[in-house]
Design a protein around this ligand. Structure first.
Ligand SMILES: [Zn+2]
Length: 96
């Protein structure tokens, strides 16, 4: 399993940068991460509405490290989503 060596949270740019051992740094916008939140509630919204709405200026305010990924706490109060490493790695190829 690929695990990032470092995660940088840029609260001004509203981005999260993952430094993988054997790949270029991956920069994800906080808003994109919020829209892709993999928690059960967001998954249900995606199934019924097709997408999860997130303000463009939503920010990641806290990161809790887990063995298999990170739990991201967003400025809109949402924080149930646990983003597994592989999920994050794959987001890099599908988002802007
Ligand atoms: Zn969620």
């Amino acid at each position: 399993m690929n695990v990032p060596e470092r995660i940088d949270l840029d609260s001004r740019a509203h981005t999260l940068t993952l430094h993988w051992p054997d790949a270029p740094a991956q920069c994800l916008s906080d808003a994109a991460l919020r829209r892709e939140c993999p928690c059960a509630a967001c998954r249900r919204i995606r199934l019924t509405a097709g997408f999860v709405q997130a303000a463009e200026d939503v920010k990641v305010v806290d990161i809790h490290s887990m063995a298999y990924g990170v739990q991201l706490i967003f400025s809109d109060g949402h924080g149930q989503g646990i983003f597994p490493w592989q999920f994050l790695e794959e987001l890099g190829t599908t988002l802007e």
